[in-house]
Every structure is written in structure tokens, then in C-alpha cells.
Design a protein. Structure first.
Length: 95
């Protein structure tokens, strides 16, 4: 009985160890600037619409904006944006 318990505990530990690695691969390093220095949601949306993109939403997170939009080819995309500089930190297909 003991080997089964050890195997189960080992499998659980390996699974839990893998979770932070998966989470960190999707994390975005945003800004540490105060909210008073951030661009407005409207300004961020305008950055994308001025490029001919169809903005669906702009969400505010602790240190960045997340913009969901449809590109010129009709593909749903997601961009992570630095709220102070407007720099796109990462962009990916939104499945």
C-alpha cells in the first residue's frame, strides 16, 4: 500500500510543479507606474481602430491592458498592451 501512496503523491507534486510553468508562460510583464500615468481605455482602443482593426473589448488588469480585436483578415486576436507607453507587449490569436 505504501508504494501506491508514494506514487500518487509524486504524481500530484509533479502536476502542481508544472502549473506555475504553464501560468508563467502566459504572464505579461506590464508597468509599475501608477494608474494616473496610464493611457485611457479610449486612447488604447483608438490606437487599434486607427490601424483598421475592429476592437471588441479593452480590459484593465493589474499592470496592463488586454485588447481583443478582429484583424483585417477576420481573425480574432488578443494583444497585451503597456498602459503607459502603448507598446504591444504580446499579441496572439484568440481562440
Amino acid at each position: 500500500m505504501r508504494p501506491t501512496l508514494i506514487a500518487a503523491a509524486t504524481a500530484t507534486a509533479l502536476t502542481l510543479a508544472a502549473v506555475p510553468a504553464l501560468a508563467s508562460s502566459t504572464d505579461v510583464q506590464g508597468t509599475t507606474a501608477p494608474r494616473s500615468a496610464w493611457m485611457s481605455v479610449g486612447q488604447v482602443a483608438n490606437m487599434f481602430t486607427s490601424r483598421g482593426l475592429d476592437v471588441r473589448s479593452v480590459d484593465t488588469y493589474r499592470d496592463h491592458y488586454e485588447v481583443e480585436f478582429i484583424d483585417a483578415q477576420g481573425v480574432r486576436m488578443e494583444a497585451y498592451v503597456d498602459p503607459v507607453t502603448g507598446k504591444v507587449l504580446r499579441q496572439e490569436r484568440d481562440d
